[in-house]
Design a protein around this ligand. Structure first.
Ligand code: F6P
Length: 548
């Protein structure tokens, strides 16, 4: 995107700043009072998702000015360039084509003049064949026993996506199979995952885009030792118990996994955008290829919406712009994602990588420091649990924290009637929280309840806390795909406006390099002179405690 004028020098930015000053402390109570149609007008439907953004601190004018900003920043042009397969990841000179992973078989999407869709579907077909063979028991371990447990070893995007989606879609999974996800280089993670398993019935899926990530390779090496030792030292067993998901065939072969047992993806798939690629193999084994396809179709539906819907009805565009509005003009630093679904217990953790690794940057695409807020701190856990922990701060704290409340009309089908009946209570809490956050409770309302005067300030709720409510009928594979694509494209919109490369992650590199340097210093007698005084002191304390 040729960009000469910086974001905060644009007239559209100045117009928003002026508008913000005019809006002052306008309360959501006033905005709703002034416009009875607001509740139905400030909503948008995309596929099975219904989004209510009426409880945001915006007027029609705000939204128009934000759309002007998006137009001035060329968001639609950058989006189209992404869908066309142009190398919009400028610092790594790569195309950004996770959207190709869910394209239908007959689509044509070119990277460097080559249509990538046939390769995407060839891998999906190979995954489907493998997933079915594990699900039916046709694929057996080295001793001929069928596989009972699948252990995915990966970290970051090679863990969070499949782990999140497996949890989300548990009711759709083959319950006879057990799935575990190992990510942490802390040996306790692998230990707890395998301690009660039979090697003969265990399949390891080693998921790593680069196949050089130290945590994953360390855990995979330990898992291989555990497997081979448990099978009487038979190295040839590895072929029946290890498969790899990677872009790097050479490293996979060097590790000792036959590349026949490798499921490929490509450098134009970012790690945090990869669970709908081969990285989703554990999920596909869990839910089966048909359900996996339904999920991909859900992603694709939102891709098409993002590509074609006009800005005023474009859900990712709207969500992205609202986040820009609060970061820039309300000094909001964080964003809460609060799913009212136990099955979405890992959803916010997944979004943390998606959003914070994409947009946690202070250097713009031109190499200059930005002069505006970029990505927020994303956090949250499922309701209602959070209500009894940190919602106090949302309601009466000093920070502006926009939140997404996500819920479903239907409890999952397999719940027995008594537990399904609890669903209304769950959803009543979601609706009540949106209401309380927006409208609060005035001092007069508190007084009218006969509350002693000295308690009135403590029991008053200012309200005016913005939320988006996202509703769908049920948490199906398709709806999960739609939700994830919604957030992917929201992150895209924000990165485009902030003029940052949302698709690199240089900020994770320094820690990796330093850890490699520090590790040798932890052993007895090692030289610590290259370390800074604080770290050298900590290392010395550690060594003393370890008796080294
Ligand atoms: O260190 C960050 C990161 O590169 C993420 O972007 C990525 O999802 C994760 O590590 C795992 O990388 P890989 O799939 O190559 O093992």
């Amino acid at each position: 995107m040729p960009e000469t004028v910086r974001l905060n020098e644009l007239p559209e930015w100045a117009a928003l700043a002026k508008h913000r000053a005019e809006l002052g402390g306008t309360h959501l109570r006033e905005l709703f009072g002034a416009d009875p149609g607001r509740a139905s007008q400030l909503t948008v439907r995309v596929g099975d998702l219904y989004l209510d953004y009426s409880k945001h601190l915006v007027t029609g004018e705000t939204l128009a000015l934000l759309r002007d900003l998006a137009a001035a920043r060329g968001v639609a042009e950058l989006r189209d360039a992404m869908f066309r397969g142009e190398k919009i990841n400028v610092t790594e000179r790569r195309a950004v084509l996770h959207t190709a992973l869910r394209a239908p078989r007959d689509a044509v999407i070119e990277v460097d003049g080559e249509n990538v869709v046939p390769a995407v579907h060839a891998v999906l077909d190979k995954m489907a064949q493998f997933a079915n063979s594990v699900r039916t028991g046709a694929w057996t371990g080295a001793t001929g026993k069928r596989i009972r447990t699948v252990v995915n070893i990966g970290i970051g995007g090679s863990d969070l996506g499949p782990a999140m989606a497996y949890e989300a879609l548990r009711p759709y999974t083959a319950r006879a199979l057990d799935f575990r996800f190992v990510s942490n280089v802390d040996g306790a993670d692998l230990h707890e995952a395998v301690r009660d398993l039979d090697q003969a019935e265990t399949l390891f899926i080693v998921a790593s885009k680069t196949f050089t990530t130290i945590e994953t390779i360390t855990n995979a090496t330990s898992a291989r030792t555990w497997l081979v030792d448990g099978l009487g030292g038979d190295e040839s067993a590895v072929a029946k118990h290890f498969v790899a998901l990677s872009t790097n065939a050479k490293e996979v072969a060097d590790f000792g996994i036959d590349t026949q047992n490798m499921f490929e993806f490509w450098d134009w798939v970012g790690g945090r955008y990869s669970y709908d690629s081969a990285i989703g193999l554990s999920l596909m084994v869990a839910i089966g290829p048909d359900r996996f396809r339904e999920m991909l179709d859900g992603f694709h539906l939102v891709d098409e919406h993002f590509r074609n819907a006009p800005p005023e009805a474009n859900a990712p565009m709207l969500l992205g712009l609202l986040g820009v509005w609060y970061g820039a003009f309300f000094d909001s630093q964080s964003h809460a994602v609060l799913p009212y679904s136990h099955y979405l217990s890992k959803f916010t953790a997944y979004l943390q990588q998606l959003d914070m690794e994409s947009n946690g940057k202070y250097i713009d695409r031109q190499g200059e420091p930005v002069r505006w807020q970029t990505g927020p701190v994303v956090w949250g856990t499922p309701g209602t649990n959070g209500q009894h922990a940190y919602y106090q701060l949302l309601h009466q704290g000093t920070k502006m924290i926009p939140a997404d409340l996500i819920g479903f009309a239907q409890p999952v089908a397999e719940l027995p009637p008594r537990l399904a009946a609890q669903h209304d209570l769950l959803m009543a809490n979601l609706f009540a929280q949106g209401q309380a956050l927006a409208f609060g409770k005035t001092a007069d309302e508190v007084r009218a309840e006969g509350v002693p005067e000295e308690q009135v300030p403590h029991r008053t709720f200012l309200g005016n806390h913005p939320t988006t409510t996202i509703l769908a009928n049920e948490l199906s594979p398709s709806v999960l795909g739609q939700l994830v694509a919604l957030y992917e494209h929201k992150v895209f919109v924000q990165g485009a406006i902030w003029d940052i490369d949302s698709f690199d992650q240089w900020g994770v590199e320094l820690g990796k390099v330093l850890a490699k340097r520090v590790e040798p210093a932890l052993t007895e007698g090692a030289d610590v002179s290259g370390l800074d005084p604080s770290t050298a002191n900590l290392v010395a304390s550690y060594r003393e405690l370890r008796g080294r």
